[in-house]
Design a protein around this ligand. Structure first.
Ligand code: C2O
Ligand code: CU
Length: 477
């Protein structure tokens, strides 16, 4: 069931209001390099928001500071953040700063790095933003429910000298499973979704609203920051005629390049920064298409050229490349190698696995509502024996093996890693990432320096898979 972005029954006047409202939310203008109002408090609380838009009812959500996405946290690289989380929802919670290389105690993993924050209580997160880039934040407790209800926000760290652009835009992408009354379907974590592709919804939003159009000016250069905060939906975005260039993956600068097959693929948790040179004529229209799932192609949004005269006749000459972040380079030649196997799920070949310390047939494990294993172990909580203990400062090369029939975006906390190979084939342009999307049966080689001491989660960011056992801990000691 697809909710209509702009129901035909709305009056013209109302439609114009909606257009104005959503243009404002989609085109959140972000002046680069300017001092911002950085929130010092994030209150997680229930709210009602017009996710689908009139005439549909508002949706009951959970939100940080009353908005979805939550308050934008934007600082300059090297800034110190001090943010108090206050919990006003009916469950315990935490905040994880996805992709940010924080000290372990600030990582927001319940029980593993901090006690979960009780209702009415708060917790202060304090860390330095060492890396520039596009990051995000979300709870790490029952995230398949809490993130789905709307608890997520963007964290942008500006470069010392950002590349010259005319506008810096942010699209936080989400996917909701709503009833025809625009209410959340409250079947979070059901076994079907846990054991298949996760909770894939029916309503896609940009910055918390079903989008209609986004207006650009002929000639302008836009830096478009994309973040996929959906529980499970994978996006493959096409911008026909705009020839986007990818300049960052998961916040980290990369040699600017056009994405393979013209599709920007984002698994849950992943980000991409694009440079768009808008070289169409006033009045032109670009349909942004998402065609990740075969036979389920849809139009995400239309980019429409406004009527103002072109800002310039050809694209800006300035380079779009970003300076690298201060992430240590792994020494591949003397890196220690390990294999990490992801198994289980429907149509999987895994026969048995270890759960709560005991070997059990997968069939029995599935009867307990769990479905996935990492190196043969099904995680039932955030604390468990580490999959690996890494020596602080040493380089590691991990082969991540997807031995399942499903996609998995695998996320590592506390570090950024370099993606070197897929199925033994070297990437033409290596990517720094914190989350890497593995196709069914794919093998991905990543390398990094284990320089951040502590216990760090390694898990699938399809939040239902994570809840179904697909997580583990890497210890850096
Ligand atoms: Cu974005 Cu462990 O999560
Ligand atoms: Cu997964």
């Amino acid at each position: 069931m697809e909710l209509e972005a702009q129901p035909s029954s709305v009056s013209r006047r109302r439609a114009l209001n909606m257009l104005g409202a959503s243009a404002a939310t989609c085109l959140l203008p972000l002046a680069s390099g300017r001092a911002q109002d950085v929130p010092t408090r994030l209150v997680a609380a229930p709210a009602s928001l017009p996710i689908v838009g009139a005439p549909h009812a508002e949706t009951d959500v959970w939100a940080y500071n009353g908005t979805v996405p939550g308050a934008l946290v934007r600082v300059r690289r090297g800034a110190k953040l001090r943010i108090e989380l206050e919990n006003q929802i009916s469950d315990v919670t935490t905040i994880h700063w996805h992709g940010v290389r924080v000290p372990n105690a600030m990582d927001g993993v319940p029980h593993l790095t901090q006690p979960p924050v009780e209702r009415g209580k708060s917790f202060i997160y304090e860390f330095v933003a060492e890396d520039a880039g596009t990051f995000w934040y979300h709870p790490h407790w029952q995230s398949f429910e809490q993130v789905e209800r709307g608890l997520y926000g963007a964290l942008i760290v500006d470069e010392d000298e950002p590349p010259k652009v005319d506008r810096d835009l942010l699209w936080v992408l989400d996917d909701w499973k709503l009833t025809s009354e625009a209410k959340l379907v409250e079947d979070f974590g059901n076994f079907f979704e846990v054991s298949h592709a996760g909770r894939i919804g029916n309503t896609v939003t940009i910055n918390g609203r079903v989008p209609d159009t986004v207006t650009v000016r002929s000639g302008e250069r836009i830096r478009l920051r994309l973040a996929n905060t959906a529980n499970a939906r994978i996006f493959a975005l096409r911008f026909p005629g705009l020839q986007p260039r990818v300049v960052a993956t998961d916040g980290h600068g990369i040699e600017p390049h056009e994405p393979a097959d013209g599709r920007v693929v984002l698994g849950p948790g992943m980000r991409a920064d694009l440079m768009l040179d808008c070289l169409g004529k006033p009045g032109d229209r670009v349909r942004v298409i998402d065609d990740f799932y075969p036979r389920q192609t849809y139009r995400l949004v239309d980019i429409v050229y406004g009527q103002e005269p072109p800002l310039r006749g050809s694209s800006l000459m300035e380079s779009v490349a970003l300076k690298p972040n201060p992430v240590p380079q792994p020494r591949i030649a003397d890196a220690e190698r390990h294999r990490i196997e992801f198994g289980g799920g429907m149509m999987g070949s895994l026969q048995e696995a270890q759960i709560r310390g005991q070997r059990r047939p997968m069939r029995e494990i599935m009867q307990q509502g769990m479905a996935w294993a990492v190196n043969g172990k099904v995680a039932t909580g955030h604390i468990h024996d580490p999959l690996l203990t890494l020596r602080r400062g040493a380089s590691y090369l991990l082969t991540l093996v997807n031995d399942t029939a499903w996609h998995h975006p695998v996320h590592l906390h506390g570090h950024a890693f370099k993606v070197l190979k897929r199925n033994d084939e070297a990437l033409r342009i290596p990517e720094w990432r914190d989350t890497v999307l593995m196709s069914p049966k794919e093998r991905v080689e990543i390398a990094f320096v284990a320089d951040n001491p502590g216990d760090w989660m390694l898990h699938c960011h399809i939040l239902e898979h994570q809840a179904g056992g697909m997580m583990g801990v890497l210890r850096v000691a």
